[in-house]
Design a protein around this ligand. Structure first.
Ligand code: FES
Ligand code: FES
Length: 173
């Protein structure tokens, strides 16, 4: 049992402390943005932000999230709204620029991997306002425990969506 903060809300978790965070998010908190892909930190589909850093929730015990801020795909609009100081009324109709760019570029194919792609993009753009293509490739391949995998091959569209999001967030395209 633990208390964790997910998307800005304190949540009382009943699962044992060594339960993977992914299982808690999906099964107990009903946040189904993070996906179960490999379960071995080798695909990125389960990614969430932990204090702003992308982690693989399939291999991270829920106890590791105690005292830190967890952001899931569902929490990206609220994260952006807080960063920009948007009003509650504005928040209702706001997506994170990364999510909006994903829609405008029509990035997903089957969509299974795209949770991790958007989480990684958010982490990158909070750190680097105007990433180069090399920066984007590095973020999605060698910056984490493994590359983010897309079996549908949406990699080119992902690069374009990250560039669009960077522009929307104030960087240049
Ligand atoms: S399900 Fe976690 S990295 Fe693949
Ligand atoms: S869009 Fe299908 S796995 Fe990436």
């Amino acid at each position: 049992m633990a208390i964790i903060v997910v998307n800005g809300v304190r949540r009382d978790v009943q699962a044992p402390a060594d339960t993977p965070l992914l299982y808690v998010l999906r099964n107990e908190l009903e946040l189904t943005g993070p996906q179960f892909g490999c379960g071995l930190a080798q695909c990125g589909s389960c990614s969430v932000l932990l204090d702003g850093k992308e982690i693989r929730s399939c291999i991270t015990a829920v106890s590791a999230a105690v005292g830190k801020d967890v952001t899931t795909l569902e929490g990206l609009p609220g994260r952006w709204a807080k960063q920009k100081g948007l009003s509650p009324a504005e928040v209702e109709n706001t997506l994170h620029p990364v999510q909006q760019a994903w829609i405008e570029e029509q990035t997903p194919l089957c969509g299974f991997c795209q949770n991790g792609m958007m989480i990684k993009a958010t982490e990158l753009l909070e750190r680097v306002a105007t990433p180069t293509v090399a920066d984007i490739k590095e973020a999605f391949t060698t910056s984490g425990p493994s590359a983010h995998l897309c079996r549908c091959g949406s990699y080119t569209a992902i690069i374009q969506a990250v560039q669009r999001a960077a522009s929307a967030m104030g960087g240049s395209r």
